[in-house]
Design a protein around this ligand. Structure first.
Ligand code: NDP
Ligand code: 13P
Length: 344
């Protein structure tokens, strides 16, 4: 049994706390809102983020970060990407020993263009950092908290650390694989949210399954194109954290990214959609970061670029779809064409 701190008491932090408590670990769920943590401790429910599930006594809520991290060697970082630096800066003020940090967030930081494991290594000095592990895959909190079958991937530069986290989380409802390709895992997890926003938009516009299949397939192509150039293993994009997460996020009503896209497709304004969601929609910031990455690496990412225009340049959603369809003709598998041209 381990004592584990989960930092972030939103949907995902709470759902993962349930998995850890089921596995008989002592779970310290830290959140920055006093009322929410009080409610978790008094009613054993997280009314705002996962109202339908009762939390076990093994999950204790904390608002004091020092208390939550006292005598803890493993911390699960479950806050939105934009809050990661702030939380880490507070964490290093209150610890005096090495932590293994498991991050479960799906995003890329705009402008710095850093992946989350890179932000962690930038913020946490070596003498306080044991290992960094990313846990990612097709896993909506709503289903995980109901103990419905779910599969995810644990990834780290240190295989032993990835396996430790695999052991800690794995149970009969929550199956954990390992993958040493941290770059591919983080890029797949972050960029699928862009495609999910786009899939929500086409659904909101009233387009059908053909459009959705096209987005998933061509979306995966552009994620893999960028991710491979950044150093990810192309095979990772056909795994759980690639196509797996892309499918679940583009097709599930649980997805906040899909829901946000759906409302945009129905004509709502971005500010209104985000304000009413009440939960993080990571894909918006990630679209900006991916757009910048595409320029930096000179990679073609037409869906990301079209969505960028919708989100940040006020382009009409219908016009964005029209311009994607009217792009200059091209091969589906450009690499295959290059290989066969070289042979002849
Ligand atoms: N939900 C899911 O099914 C899954 C989510 N993820 C990823 O997990 C990450 C977290 O998402 P999720 O839990 O769903 O998001 P939610 O919006 O449900 O919850 C986010 C939580 O983080 C808190 N928070 C925000 N900023 C700070 C801060 N500066 N300091 C402390 N706490 C803060 C929020 O508090 P407040 O109430 O004050 O806003 C809230 O409790 C995202 O990157 C997401 O992509 C990954 C897999 C599945
Ligand atoms: O990452 C997720 C499922 O794997 C959650 O997706 P949303 O953030 O779109 O809800």
């Amino acid at each position: 049994m381990e004592r584990i701190a989960v930092l972030g008491a939103g949907s995902w932090g709470t759902a993962l706390s349930i998995v850890l408590a089921d596995n008989h670990h002592e779970v310290r769920l830290w959140g920055h809102r006093k009322e929410l943590i009080q409610q978790i401790n008094e009613t054993h429910r997280n009314q705002k983020y996962l109202p339908d599930v009762e939390l076990s006594d093994a999950i204790k809520g904390y608002t004091d970060l020092a208390e939550a991290l006292n005598s803890v060697n493993i911390a699960v970082l479950a806050v939105p990407t934009k809050a990661i630096r702030e939380v880490l800066q507070d964490v290093i003020k209150v610890i005096d020993h090495k932590l293994t940090i498991v991050h479960v967030s799906k995003g890329i930081e705009p402008d710095s263009l850093l992946r989350i494991s890179e932000i962690i290594k930038e913020e946490v000095p070596e003498h306080l950092l044991q290992d960094v592990v990313v846990l990612s895959g097709p896993s909506h909190a709503e289903e995980v908290s109901l103990r419905q079958p779910t599969t995810v991937t644990s990834s780290s530069d240190n295989l032993e650390a990835a396996e430790l986290i695999q052991d800690i989380f794995m149970n009969q409802h929550f199956r954990v694989y390992t993958n040493p390709d941290v770059i591919g895992v983080e890029i797949g997890g972050a960029l699928k949210n862009i495609i999910a926003l786009a899939a929500g938009i086409t659904d909101g516009l009233g387009y059908g399954d053909n459009a959705k299949a096209a987005l998933i397939t061509r979306g995966l192509a552009e994620i893999a194109r960028l991710g491979s150039i950044m150093g990810g293993n192309p095979l990772t994009f056909s795994g759980l954290t690639g196509i797996g997460d892309l499918i679940v996020t583009c097709t599930s009503v649980h997805s906040r990214n899909w829901r946000a896209g759906n409302l945009l497709g129905k004509g709502q304004k971005l500010e209104d959609v985000l304000e009413n969601m009440g939960m993080v929609v990571e894909g918006v910031r990630t679209t900006k970061a991916a757009y910048q990455l595409a320029q930096k690496y000179e990679v073609k990412m037409p869906i990301t670029e079209a969505l960028y225009d919708v989100l940040f340049n006020d382009k009409e959603v219908k016009d964005a779809v029209d311009s994607l369809m009217a792009r200059v003709k091209t091969h589906e598998m450009e690499d295959l064409v290059n290989i066969s041209e070289n042979r002849s």
